[in-house]
Design a protein around this ligand. Structure first.
Ligand SMILES: CCCCCCCCCC(=O)SCCNC(=O)CCNC(=O)[C@H](O)C(C)(C)COP(=O)(O)OP(=O)(O)OC[C@H]1O[C@@H](n2cnc3c(N)ncnc32)[C@H](O)[C@@H]1OP(=O)(O)O
Length: 191
């Protein structure tokens, strides 16, 4: 499958290795926010669990697991497609965070290759294919019921490195303050 032009890895892109302070191969990636729909242990969340994995080329890579639950149906008995895209957003965002942070999703393309029955487990993989300036090019695959099970979905995405100001300007002030950001700093970013 050919990615959309803006998702194609440019020839000048370089290998994106893990940051020296990122978790090591085999380590679990911690929940990055207690309210995250993707990784936090919330009743309504995806509850993805992720681990750092090895990569032949030395690029940042992760493996993730997600159990498909009753309340996630689209067609009867099958996973809602948007939730696979949400799962890829989390997995690819998490792998990018091993290289640099903060980053946000600019573009994300999902290919749905086979239905995903409720009750099964998705094993997802994410890899940073390359970096060029602020742009991180990533790809992912979802396997059914085993890390090497049938491929049910693939994704390509572009993430962009942003400054903390992105959140200081756009997140709700009360959420930032709950994280300990001084109100003064929030006001200054919005002035
Ligand atoms: C520890 C953390 C773990 C995280 C895991 C969870 C992951 C969840 C991640 C998310 O879901 S983030 C939420 C969803 N994304 C957003 O809310 C982002 C909303 N969009 C924006 O804020 C801005 O559009 C964005 C920061 C992405 C870009 O604005 P900028 O002003 O910084 O970029 P600019 O427009 O200058 O473009 C920079 C380059 O990127 C390119 N670009 C920007 N948006 C693009 C796009 N959508 N598609 C393709 N290319 C794009 C643009 O063409 C340009 O290319 P060149 O440098 O070659 O000229």
């Amino acid at each position: 499958m050919v990615a959309s032009p803006s998702l194609e890895l440019p020839a000048e892109a370089t290998v994106a290795e893990r940051h020296e302070k990122a978790p090591a191969v085999g380590e679990r990636i911690p929940v990055h926010s207690a309210v995250c729909f993707g990784c936090a242990d919330l009743p309504h969340g995806l509850r993805l669990e992720s681990w750092v994995t090895d990569d032949e080329a030395g690029a940042a890579a992760i493996s993730s697991r997600m159990v498909l639950r009753e309340e996630q149906q689209g067609a009867p008995g099958l996973l809602h497609g948007g939730l696979l895209t949400a799962a890829f957003d989390e997995v690819l965002g998490s792998v990018v965070a091993l290289v640099t942070r903060p980053c946000v999703t600019a573009r994300l393309e999902t290919d749905f290759r086979a239905p995903m029955p409720i009750g099964s487990t998705l094993w997802l993989r994410g890899r940073v294919d390359g970096r060029l300036g602020r742009k991180l090019y990533v790809s992912g695959r979802a396997h059914l019921d085993a890390p090497d099970g049938p491929v049910v979905g693939t994704a390509s995405a572009l993430f962009l490195k942003v400054e903390m100001d992105h959140f200081l300007r756009n997140s709700r002030p009360e959420d930032l303050e709950a994280l300990g950001v001084p109100a003064e700093r929030i006001r200054a970013a919005r002035a």
